[in-house]
Design a protein. Structure first.
Lengths: 116, 113
């Protein structure tokens, strides 16, 4: 089975702190994604990576950056956390690469981040 | 741009009741359509999908039919169980974007014994 793990289930940080959210997948997937989930808004894509060191902005990249130094690991970075970044963050992975057409994304359990 | 609209929840049903969760979409061309489910404390997982008009996706007693004429992909189940309590997300993949999914807002289903 595909397994996507996220470093923390719950995280509490203070305004202005630098925050790292880590995601690891064990199926050698080319694509990895970071979403945030907010009530009534569904999932919104923050960033997408289709290969090591490659990234594409999603719908809401402002205030975030990402890093993908190894194929299995995709990190989301909040350079200076703000209260409006309090949310559930979901990582996902899939096969396909940039030109691929893949149906299924596999999700981690999520990290609930609270910024005080 | 592409979008997915779902009925707002929560939807509260008694066990063995019939379930419908409405989903409509706006997209150019022929997107692929999906239902994902999120059980409490877990990430999303694919429930079913349909890739062309009139296709019916099915899994675990759930069904949804891709209706191009009404741009809809409503989720149905004939007899829900308490274990079906979860949040359900409708999503689409545009036909010109290999990897991106656009999600609806999610619908919480609560099934009472």
């Amino acid at each position: 089975d595909v397994k996507v793990t996220q470093s923390s289930r719950y995280l509490v940080k203070r305004t202005g702190e630098k925050v790292f959210l880590e995601c690891v997948q064990d199926m050698d997937h080319e694509n990895m994604f970071w979403y945030r989930q907010d009530p009534g808004l569904g999932l919104r894509l923050i960033y997408f990576s289709y290969d090591v060191k490659m990234k594409e902005k999603g719908d809401i990249p402002e205030g975030y950056s990402v890093s993908r130094e190894k194929k299995e690991r995709f990190s989301l970075i909040l350079e200076s956390a703000s209260t409006n970044q309090t949310s559930m963050y979901l990582c996902a992975s899939s096969t396909g690469g940039l030109a691929g057409r893949t149906d299924t994304q596999y999700f981690g359990p999520g990290t609930r981040l609270t910024v005080l | 741009g592409d979008s997915v609209t779902q009925m707002e929840g929560p939807v509260t049903l008694s066990e063995e009741a019939f379930l419908t969760i409405n989903c409509t979409y706006t997209a150019t061309g022929y997107p692929s359509l999906f239902w994902y489910v999120q059980y409490p404390g877990e990430g999303l997982q694919l429930l079913l999908k349909a890739t062309k008009a009139d296709d019916k996706g099915s899994n675990k007693g759930f069904e949804a039919t891709y209706r191009k004429e009404t741009t809809s992909f409503h989720l149905e189940k004939g007899s829900v169980q308490v274990s079906d309590s979860a949040v359900y997300f409708c999503a689409l993949r545009p036909n010109n974007a290999g990897n991106m999914l656009t999600f609806g807002g999610g619908t919480r289903l609560m099934v009472k014994p």
